[in-house]
Design a protein around this ligand. Structure first.
Ligand code: DND
Ligand code: ATP
Ligand code: MG
Length: 264
């Protein structure tokens, strides 16, 4: 594979760039700080660290939102992140919300993907309830790797006001997290959406983050052809084409919903 890691100087520059971004977005909106979901995973943990650096702990509100499928380890890690950063946080069980959706529309019961996405959307509703009530912005935790292949729920975890770590590949998220002092056991954790039991990102996507990041950097975001990418990374053309297809098919998630062109 290729080495996408930053140098120490680049890491510091990124840290400053992202904290400036968070501060600028909050100030430009006239908001009184930020709210974000804390899952115990590395994306939300890094975003929480950087938002505290940008805004101060008193201006960041964390939401730990367990579902039945959430692991105790992840939920206790999420609480530990909030406690270590000394931010205000609430723990709110979301399963009653999902249950009420399913009692309104029982046909979706047992549909793993639809119910999983409803969990992500229930969290978005709670994020915005707090954001509206406290005049805060909702910080997204999505990275470039997930965004590029559409590995997020449209109007679920994708329903946010800005994407502070949206330009970092997953491996770079882990690297920056270590740089800002996130404990190794969190930085090295297996990525999981936890929308259903035993879900992991790599298993569901069918590609490792190491390979995904490399294909995105060279082919999807970079200038190399499929053939040149295969030679450089020593991967099969199918892997490159699969990532490219995921990128193309998820375009609708990265753009505003279209309307017909205006008529004369
Ligand atoms: N071409 C198109 N143009 C406009 N809209 C289009 C469309 N194709 C689908 N759609 C719409 O999009 C919907 C499908 O998108 P969506 O509802 O997002 O659903 P979908 O992409 O099927 O599922 C979300 C994926 O993201 C993963 N995920 C979700 C949340 C968090 C994380 C994580 O890493 O933590 C991962 C999840 O495991 C799953 O693989 C369709 O029902 C339809 O409404
Ligand atoms: N149980 C939860 N409580 C609060 N927020 C959650 C929960 N689960 C998911 N989220 C929100 O949805 C976001 C997307 O989840 P995702 O799994 O992509 O990120 P992560 O858990 O932070 O990192 P990783 O991808 O490494 O697991 C989280 O960063 C978090 O903001
Ligand atoms: Mg996660």
């Amino acid at each position: 594979m290729i080495d996408l890691r930053f140098s120490e100087a680049e890491l510091e520059r990124r840290r400053e760039h992202i904290t400036d971004f968070i501060r600028d977005r909050v100030n430009a909106a006239g908001a009184d700080g930020a709210v974000l979901g804390l899952s115990g995973g590395i994306d939300s943990t890094l975003t929480a660290h950087l938002s505290v650096e940008a805004l101060g702990a008193e201006n960041v509100h964390g939401l730990v939102l367990p579902a039945h499928v959430s692991s105790e380890g992840n939920m206790s890690d999420a609480e530990r992140v909030a406690q270590d950063l000394e931010i205000t946080y609430d723990v709110i069980e979301i399963e009653p919300i999902v249950d009420s959706l399913l009692s309104a529309y029982p046909e979706a019961e047992g549909d793993r993907e639809a119910v999983g996405n409803a969990r992500a959307r229930a969290r978005a509703v709670l994020n915005y309830l707090v954001a509206n009530h406290e005049n805060r912005l909702v910080l997204g935790t999505g990275n470039r790797s997930e965004a590029a292949v559409g590995y997020f729920t449209k109007y679920g975890d994708g329903a946010v006001d800005c994407h502070p770590i949206g330009n970092l590949y997953k491996g770079q998220v882990r690297q920056l997290a270590r740089h800002v002092g996130v404990p190794e056991e969190l930085a090295a954790k297996t990525a999981t959406a936890e929308l259903w039991a035993d879900q992991t990102d790599e298993k569901e996507m069918g590609v490792s983050y190491e390979t995904l990041d490399a294909i995105l950097a060279t082919h999807v975001d970079g200038p190399l052809s499929v053939a040149a990418t295969c030679r450089l990374l020593d991967v099969e053309a199918e892997a490159v084409e699969k990532v490219r297809r995921m990128y193309e098919r998820s375009e609708h998630k990265r753009t505003a919903p279209p309307a017909p062109e205006p008529l004369d």
